[in-house]
Ligand binder design. Structure first.
Ligand code: ADP
Ligand code: MG
Length: 691
């Protein structure tokens, strides 16, 4: 039976409506039965037909309908992975990559890392000879293009979670569109949880410039998988609440008191508030002798064992409470959720390079801020409650706020990110005209110019905006943020590459410290044992040294409030970075105790993040040299309250103020040494915003 295609001339896009079809069955195991019950199964034939006949297929379907776990398997069953070819499925989030890959391996009854594997940065669980279905982050697939520009080993690439519009997803979509012109046999599947599909289809539509008429049809088809979510009753707060964390905690407790069994999913913003909520709920439940609550955190960087708890079925008579970032919004499906508590917030990247000093919210430095989610996100969150039976969603904001103030859609990350890494990747792939690149959503020219300027100052781009050789190519090759890569390269000159590679590894993980659940004082005391007067980066070196001297002991970590899993990860990343360094001909050398060398190398990478303490500041107010933004040292830094006159920082987090995380003191003369072009003007003028 041929599927029915509906042509929608208006948007130049084809719509497709599938009539249900199912394949013949024989002797299914219960796993097979489970697979067949998923909504996407009815569309199996239709999906395979479209992939066969179309260069691009766009699939829209409710979270949990089986897009991510099933479609790659259908493709494999239909032979797309034969003849040495592979099927790729990308995800914006690392944790989602791991979780879906292990689920699919389980469904296929194979060992993870063999036929089904995954790759995330610094973790490759694939086998060159065996792996046929590969899950990976979109960032990793972008990196693979550096060695294999046409991604020739893949027959089908499924770009999943496209509605998230992550920076790497958008870059990837732009590049895949280019690759398609060179590889007509390549098939793309773009899958999404929301009907942002039309824009995507328009982006991939080539109707305007039709090519030679051979091979698959160029116009993308849209297939909508009808979900079978149950209805969800929505509750709003009557008046705005001052503290969403407290409100979330008390909502969970009253659901547990008053509502029938069923798991609870709470959306908060990040590790800090999630850990705090886990602790508060656990304490409250203990003190009021409430039985039967299993409280679990869910955020990226969660150890493997904790991830497994999230997915394991809730024991009888118990109620699971999962406190999550927006990773549970669409990337992961949790069975058994009946109640959702939505704070209305998430952590979002924010960047505004605005050259205009009157612009209200200039953040020349990229910032991670807690910001309101969009209506589209709020609806997704609500939907998570209707998975197994009618559910309830408690929104911790007013109905009026939802209707009148919440933005309808989120802004693509491309338009609110620092583009330094993006530009360097495109340059490394030989795309010179960045401003003219065909983006799914164009970034602001200002952001691109700022990125070019930073890369020029880093010595990565030359006067013609081409990658410098070898520095530019080396920075692009190292799978780290360009500023960190530059710091690693510069360490050679200062004879401290061993130390700086350790620092680079630590900056790649969330934190070396064990989350201070209710033990802030002990944690602070432990930190003092390692604290270095120079700042956090040198402190990390002390922690790493202690870890090595203890023989990588978990006991030692426990005693010192150091996160053992994080330190093991640091050791692994460090080994990989050393290997990359050796390949690039970087001399590995230790400076022993010359910490000035280390600080100079850090400055060579992070000069753009330099700040000066305000001369008469009593509360530790700093201003960035470049844009006079007001920033403070984060309380978790060893330099908190020490307030050296000049510092560079690694990143900014915003809560009530903008806080610098990972801070090191520097000598201002190093800035002009490291980046004369960037700084000479600013340093001569005491008030750079007036220049
Ligand atoms: P989609 O990508 O459309 O959101 P998925 O393919 O991720 O849907 O999930 C389909 C179904 O597979 C889920 O509803 C759930 O029942 C099951 N599933 C997915 N991941 C897991 C997992 N890690 N553990 C157990 N079940 C899972
Ligand atoms: Mg999915």
């Amino acid at each position: 039976e041929k599927p029915r295609i509906i042509d929608d001339e208006e948007g130049g896009v084809l719509f497709y409506s599938a009539s249900a079809s199912s394949s013949s069955g024989y002797g299914f195991s219960s796993m097979e039965k489970q697979r067949q019950r998923l909504p996407v199964f009815k569309y199996r034939t239709a999906i395979l037909y479209l992939v066969e006949t179309r260069a691009t297929t766009i699939i829209v379907g409710e979270t949990g309908s089986g897009k991510t776990t099933q479609i790659p398997q259908y493709l494999k069953e239909a032979g797309w992975a034969e003849g040495g070819r592979m099927i790729a499925c990308t995800q914006p989030r690392r944790l989602a990559v791991q979780a879906v890959a292990s689920r699919v391996a389980e469904e296929m009854g194979v060992k993870l890392g063999e036929e089904v594997g995954y790759t995330i940065r610094f973790e490759d669980v694939t086998n060159n000879d065996l792996t046929r279905v590969k899950f990976l982050t979109d960032g990793v697939l972008l990196r693979e293009m550096m060695d294999d520009p046409l991604l020739s080993k893949y027959s089908v690439i499924m770009v999943d979670e496209a509605h998230e519009r992550s920076l790497s997803t958008d870059i990837l979509l732009g590049l895949l569109k280019k690759i398609q012109r060179r590889r007509p046999e390549l098939r793309l599947i773009i899958s999404s949880a929301t009907i942002e599909a039309k824009t995507m289809a328009a982006f991939f539509s080539t109707r305007r410039h039709r090519g030679p008429d051979n091979g698959p049809k160029k116009e993308p088809a849209i297939l909508s998988v009808e979900g079978r979510g149950f209805s969800v009753q929505i509750f709003y707060v009557e008046a705005p609440i001052p503290d969403y964390l407290r409100a979330a905690v008390s909502t969970v407790l009253s659901i547990h008191d008053q509502e029938p069994m069923g798991d609870i999913l709470v959306f908060l913003t990040g590790q800090d508030d999630i850990d705090a909520a886990v602790q508060l709920i656990t304490e409250e439940a203990q003190s009021s002798r409430k039985q039967g609550l299993i409280v679990l955190p869910l955020y990226s960087g969660l150890p493997r064992a904790d991830q497994d708890l999230i997915f394991s079925p809730t024991p009888r008579g118990k109620r699971k409470v999962v406190i999550s970032t927006n990773i549970a919004e669409t990337s992961l499906t949790l069975e058994g959720i009946v109640y959702v508590v939505d704070s209305g917030f998430s952590k979002q990247r924010f960047y505004n390079p605005g050259f205009d000093e009157h612009q209200s919210e200039i953040t020349d430095i990229e910032n991670l801020i807690v910001a309101p989610v969009s209506k589209a996100s709020a609806r997704q969150r609500t939907g998570r409650a209707g998975r197994i039976r009618p559910g309830k969603c408690y929104r911790l904001y007013t109905e009026e706020y939802f209707v009148k103030e919440m933005p309808a859609e989120g802004i693509p990350e491309m338009q609110r990110s620092n583009l330094v890494s993006c530009v360097i990747q495109l340059k490394a792939l030989g795309i010179d005209n960045i401003l003219g690149f065909d983006w799914p959503a164009s970034p602001s020219p200002e952001a691109l110019i700022r990125a070019l300027e930073v890369l020029y100052s880093l010595g990565v781009l030359d006067d013609d905006a081409k990658l410098t050789s070898p520095a530019g190519f080396q920075v692009a090759e190292i799978p780290l943020d360009p500023m960190i890569s530059k710091m690693v390269l510069a360490s050679v000159e200062f004879g401290c590459s061993e130390e700086v590679i350790t620092i680079a590894a630590v900056l790649s993980i969330q934190s070396v410290w064990f989350p201070g659940r209710g033990v802030q004082k002990e944690l602070d005391e432990a930190k003092l044992r390692f604290a270095a007067a120079e700042g956090d980066h040198v402190t990390f070196l002390n922690v790493y040294k202690g870890f090595l001297e203890s023989g990588k002991s978990s006991n030692w970590c426990h005693k010192n409030f150091v996160n053992y899993h994080a330190m093991k990860k640091v050791t692994e990343i460090r080994l990989q970075l050393r290997r990359i360094a050796q390949r690039l001909g970087i001399v590995l050398k230790s400076c022993e105790s010359d910490m000035q060398a280390v600080r100079k190398a850090i400055t060579a990478g992070f000069f753009a993040n330099a700040c000066r303490l305000e001369p008469f500041s009593h509360n530790g107010l700093y201003k960035t040299i470049r844009s006079s933004q007001e920033v403070y040292i984060h309380p978790s830094s060893v330099l908190f309250r020490v307030n050296p006159k000049w510092v560079v920082f690694h990143s900014i987090v915003s809560t009530d103020r903008q806080y610098m995380r990972n801070v090191i003191s520097i000598d201002p003369s190093w800035l002009t040494e490291a980046a004369p072009h960037f700084y000479q003007r600013q340093l001569l003028n005491p008030n750079p915003s007036q220049v």
